[in-house]
Ligand binder design. Sequence first.
Ligand code: FE
Length: 250
Amino acid sequence: MIFRQLFEPESSTYTYLLGDTESGHAVLIDPVVETAERNLAVINELGLELAYTLETHIHADHLTGALKLKHLAGSRIAGPAKDRLPCTDVGLEEGKPFIVGSLTLHPLYTPGHTSTHHSYLLEQGDTRRVFTGDALLIDGCGRTDFQSGDAEALYRSIHDKLFTLPDDTLVYPGHDYQHKHVSTIGQEKEGNARLGGGKTLEEFVAVMNALDLAYPAKIDYAVPGNEQCGECPPNVPLEMRKLCDVTRQG
Ligand code: FE
Protein backbone atom coordinates (compact mmCIF):
# COMPACT_ATOMS: atom_id res chain seq x y z
CA MET A 1 0.00 0.00 0.00
CA ILE A 2 1.09 3.55 -0.72
CA PHE A 3 0.25 6.06 2.00
CA ARG A 4 0.67 9.84 1.97
CA GLN A 5 -0.46 12.51 4.41
CA LEU A 6 -1.18 15.67 2.40
CA PHE A 7 -1.81 19.11 3.89
CA GLU A 8 -3.97 22.08 2.96
CA PRO A 9 -2.58 25.08 4.88
CA GLU A 10 -5.50 27.53 4.79
CA SER A 11 -7.82 25.23 6.76
CA SER A 12 -4.97 23.10 8.24
CA THR A 13 -6.70 20.05 6.78
CA TYR A 14 -5.04 16.69 6.31
CA THR A 15 -6.05 14.78 3.21
CA TYR A 16 -4.96 11.15 3.14
CA LEU A 17 -3.93 9.30 0.02
CA LEU A 18 -4.26 5.52 0.12
CA GLY A 19 -2.96 3.70 -2.91
CA ASP A 20 -3.53 0.04 -3.68
CA THR A 21 -0.46 -1.06 -5.63
CA GLU A 22 -2.21 -4.20 -6.92
CA SER A 23 -5.16 -2.54 -8.64
CA GLY A 24 -3.50 0.87 -9.08
CA HIS A 25 -6.51 2.51 -7.45
CA ALA A 26 -6.22 5.38 -5.01
CA VAL A 27 -8.58 6.82 -2.40
CA LEU A 28 -8.41 10.37 -1.05
CA ILE A 29 -9.90 10.91 2.40
CA ASP A 30 -11.21 14.46 2.96
CA PRO A 31 -9.84 16.24 -0.13
CA VAL A 32 -10.01 20.06 -0.17
CA VAL A 33 -11.05 21.99 -3.28
CA GLU A 34 -7.98 24.29 -3.16
CA THR A 35 -5.57 21.35 -3.47
CA ALA A 36 -7.51 19.15 -5.93
CA GLU A 37 -4.99 19.55 -8.76
CA ARG A 38 -1.96 19.13 -6.47
CA ASN A 39 -3.42 15.93 -5.05
CA LEU A 40 -4.13 14.58 -8.53
CA ALA A 41 -0.53 15.34 -9.55
CA VAL A 42 0.74 13.34 -6.56
CA ILE A 43 -1.53 10.43 -7.51
CA ASN A 44 -0.38 10.55 -11.13
CA GLU A 45 3.29 10.69 -10.14
CA LEU A 46 2.78 7.54 -8.11
CA GLY A 47 1.31 5.82 -11.15
CA LEU A 48 -2.10 5.52 -9.51
CA GLU A 49 -5.61 6.37 -10.63
CA LEU A 50 -8.05 8.12 -8.30
CA ALA A 51 -10.95 5.72 -7.80
CA TYR A 52 -12.75 7.33 -4.84
CA THR A 53 -12.90 10.38 -2.67
CA LEU A 54 -14.14 9.66 0.83
CA GLU A 55 -15.56 12.14 3.36
CA THR A 56 -15.56 11.78 7.12
CA HIS A 57 -18.29 14.41 7.49
CA ILE A 58 -19.88 17.53 6.02
CA HIS A 59 -17.19 20.10 6.67
CA ALA A 60 -17.85 23.66 7.81
CA ASP A 61 -14.34 25.05 7.45
CA HIS A 62 -13.52 24.25 3.82
CA LEU A 63 -15.12 23.08 0.59
CA THR A 64 -14.51 19.46 -0.33
CA GLY A 65 -12.69 18.68 -3.56
CA ALA A 66 -14.90 15.62 -4.20
CA LEU A 67 -16.96 17.01 -7.07
CA LYS A 68 -14.02 18.77 -8.69
CA LEU A 69 -11.96 15.57 -8.57
CA LYS A 70 -14.86 13.61 -10.02
CA HIS A 71 -14.94 16.07 -12.88
CA LEU A 72 -11.16 16.06 -13.40
CA ALA A 73 -10.37 12.39 -12.78
CA GLY A 74 -13.64 10.48 -12.99
CA SER A 75 -13.45 9.41 -9.33
CA ARG A 76 -16.54 8.30 -7.45
CA ILE A 77 -17.76 10.09 -4.33
CA ALA A 78 -18.07 8.07 -1.11
CA GLY A 79 -19.23 9.29 2.28
CA PRO A 80 -21.48 8.46 5.23
CA ALA A 81 -24.80 6.99 4.06
CA LYS A 82 -26.46 8.85 6.94
CA ASP A 83 -25.79 12.14 5.11
CA ARG A 84 -28.20 11.05 2.37
CA LEU A 85 -26.58 13.35 -0.17
CA PRO A 86 -27.88 12.88 -3.72
CA CYS A 87 -24.37 13.65 -5.05
CA THR A 88 -22.77 10.69 -3.22
CA ASP A 89 -22.08 7.60 -5.35
CA VAL A 90 -21.40 5.21 -2.45
CA GLY A 91 -22.93 5.56 1.02
CA LEU A 92 -20.90 4.00 3.83
CA GLU A 93 -22.07 2.71 7.18
CA GLU A 94 -20.59 0.97 10.17
CA GLY A 95 -20.52 -2.79 9.85
CA LYS A 96 -20.14 -2.68 6.07
CA PRO A 97 -16.49 -2.63 4.98
CA PHE A 98 -15.54 -0.40 2.07
CA ILE A 99 -13.23 -2.37 -0.21
CA VAL A 100 -10.97 -0.88 -2.88
CA GLY A 101 -8.70 -3.54 -4.37
CA SER A 102 -6.69 -4.95 -1.48
CA LEU A 103 -7.64 -2.06 0.85
CA THR A 104 -10.44 -2.53 3.36
CA LEU A 105 -11.74 0.45 5.30
CA HIS A 106 -14.06 -0.15 8.23
CA PRO A 107 -16.45 2.78 8.80
CA LEU A 108 -16.97 3.66 12.47
CA TYR A 109 -19.95 5.84 13.33
CA THR A 110 -18.46 8.60 15.51
CA PRO A 111 -21.05 11.39 15.95
CA GLY A 112 -20.52 14.44 18.13
CA HIS A 113 -18.63 16.93 15.94
CA THR A 114 -21.55 16.43 13.55
CA SER A 115 -24.39 13.95 13.92
CA THR A 116 -23.32 11.84 10.93
CA HIS A 117 -19.53 11.92 11.34
CA HIS A 118 -17.62 8.70 10.58
CA SER A 119 -14.05 7.58 11.19
CA TYR A 120 -12.38 4.92 9.06
CA LEU A 121 -10.19 2.09 10.29
CA LEU A 122 -7.63 0.60 7.91
CA GLU A 123 -5.72 -2.55 8.78
CA GLN A 124 -2.70 -3.48 6.66
CA GLY A 125 -0.62 -6.33 8.03
CA ASP A 126 0.50 -5.35 11.51
CA THR A 127 -0.26 -1.67 10.97
CA ARG A 128 -3.59 -0.29 12.04
CA ARG A 129 -4.50 3.26 11.12
CA VAL A 130 -7.64 5.13 12.07
CA PHE A 131 -8.67 8.26 10.19
CA THR A 132 -10.53 10.17 12.84
CA GLY A 133 -11.75 13.21 10.86
CA ASP A 134 -12.78 15.89 13.35
CA ALA A 135 -13.81 13.47 16.11
CA LEU A 136 -10.43 12.82 17.76
CA LEU A 137 -7.59 15.25 17.00
CA ILE A 138 -4.02 15.05 18.33
CA ASP A 139 -4.27 16.32 21.91
CA GLY A 140 -7.72 17.71 21.13
CA CYS A 141 -11.03 17.01 19.41
CA GLY A 142 -13.40 18.64 16.96
CA ARG A 143 -15.66 21.42 18.19
CA THR A 144 -19.22 20.54 19.12
CA ASP A 145 -20.91 23.95 19.16
CA PHE A 146 -22.35 24.23 15.65
CA GLN A 147 -23.97 22.18 12.87
CA SER A 148 -25.29 19.14 14.74
CA GLY A 149 -22.52 19.08 17.36
CA ASP A 150 -23.07 17.33 20.69
CA ALA A 151 -20.32 17.09 23.31
CA GLU A 152 -21.87 14.10 25.09
CA ALA A 153 -22.16 12.19 21.82
CA LEU A 154 -18.54 13.00 20.96
CA TYR A 155 -17.32 11.75 24.35
CA ARG A 156 -19.16 8.46 23.83
CA SER A 157 -17.93 8.09 20.24
CA ILE A 158 -14.33 8.59 21.25
CA HIS A 159 -14.55 6.36 24.30
CA ASP A 160 -16.66 3.58 22.79
CA LYS A 161 -15.42 3.48 19.18
CA LEU A 162 -11.87 4.88 19.20
CA PHE A 163 -10.39 4.35 22.66
CA THR A 164 -11.44 0.69 22.44
CA LEU A 165 -9.03 0.16 19.51
CA PRO A 166 -5.62 -1.33 20.34
CA ASP A 167 -3.23 1.20 21.91
CA ASP A 168 -0.78 1.00 19.02
CA THR A 169 -3.41 2.05 16.45
CA LEU A 170 -2.08 5.09 14.57
CA VAL A 171 -4.36 8.13 14.81
CA TYR A 172 -4.50 10.29 11.68
CA PRO A 173 -6.72 13.33 12.32
CA GLY A 174 -8.60 15.56 9.88
CA HIS A 175 -6.76 18.66 11.05
CA ASP A 176 -3.79 19.77 13.01
CA TYR A 177 -3.01 23.37 13.79
CA GLN A 178 0.43 22.81 15.36
CA HIS A 179 2.19 20.72 12.72
CA LYS A 180 1.65 17.45 14.54
CA HIS A 181 1.22 14.58 12.13
CA VAL A 182 0.28 11.37 13.87
CA SER A 183 -0.53 9.99 17.28
CA THR A 184 -1.68 6.68 18.72
CA ILE A 185 -4.79 5.59 20.57
CA GLY A 186 -2.62 4.82 23.62
CA GLN A 187 -1.09 8.29 23.57
CA GLU A 188 -4.47 10.03 23.28
CA LYS A 189 -6.10 7.88 25.95
CA GLU A 190 -3.31 8.84 28.29
CA GLY A 191 -2.58 12.43 27.43
CA ASN A 192 -5.33 14.10 25.35
CA ALA A 193 -5.92 17.41 27.13
CA ARG A 194 -9.71 17.29 26.68
CA LEU A 195 -10.54 13.68 27.31
CA GLY A 196 -7.43 11.70 28.12
CA GLY A 197 -6.29 10.53 31.52
CA GLY A 198 -9.72 9.22 32.45
CA LYS A 199 -11.60 12.54 32.22
CA THR A 200 -15.29 12.06 32.96
CA LEU A 201 -18.16 12.93 30.65
CA GLU A 202 -19.06 15.87 32.93
CA GLU A 203 -15.48 17.20 32.86
CA PHE A 204 -15.38 16.91 29.08
CA VAL A 205 -18.72 18.67 28.55
CA ALA A 206 -17.58 21.51 30.85
CA VAL A 207 -14.35 21.88 28.83
CA MET A 208 -16.28 21.98 25.54
CA ASN A 209 -18.87 24.45 26.83
CA ALA A 210 -16.12 26.81 27.99
CA LEU A 211 -14.25 26.97 24.65
CA ASP A 212 -16.04 30.08 23.33
CA LEU A 213 -14.72 29.63 19.76
CA ALA A 214 -15.09 32.09 16.88
CA TYR A 215 -17.84 31.56 14.28
CA PRO A 216 -16.29 29.53 11.42
CA ALA A 217 -15.42 31.94 8.61
CA LYS A 218 -16.58 29.74 5.72
CA ILE A 219 -19.51 27.89 7.33
CA ASP A 220 -22.28 29.82 5.57
CA TYR A 221 -21.22 28.62 2.15
CA ALA A 222 -19.07 25.59 3.04
CA VAL A 223 -21.94 23.57 4.54
CA PRO A 224 -24.41 24.10 1.65
CA GLY A 225 -21.57 23.57 -0.83
CA ASN A 226 -20.47 20.35 0.86
CA GLU A 227 -24.04 19.10 0.96
CA GLN A 228 -23.63 19.15 -2.83
CA CYS A 229 -20.20 17.43 -2.61
CA GLY A 230 -18.32 20.68 -3.27
CA GLU A 231 -20.55 22.46 -5.78
CA CYS A 232 -20.24 26.26 -5.60
CA PRO A 233 -23.24 27.49 -3.60
CA PRO A 234 -24.76 30.84 -4.71
CA ASN A 235 -23.21 32.75 -1.78
CA VAL A 236 -19.61 31.58 -2.33
CA PRO A 237 -17.13 34.50 -2.52
CA LEU A 238 -15.89 35.38 -6.00
CA GLU A 239 -12.31 34.25 -5.31
CA MET A 240 -13.61 30.79 -4.33
CA ARG A 241 -15.89 30.52 -7.35
CA LYS A 242 -13.02 29.87 -9.73
CA LEU A 243 -11.88 27.00 -7.51
CA CYS A 244 -15.18 25.19 -7.09
CA ASP A 245 -17.08 25.97 -10.26
CA VAL A 246 -16.37 22.68 -12.03
CA THR A 247 -18.06 23.73 -15.25
CA ARG A 248 -15.15 26.14 -15.78
CA GLN A 249 -12.46 23.48 -15.32
CA GLY A 250 -11.30 22.47 -18.79
FE1 FE B 1 -15.20 19.54 10.66
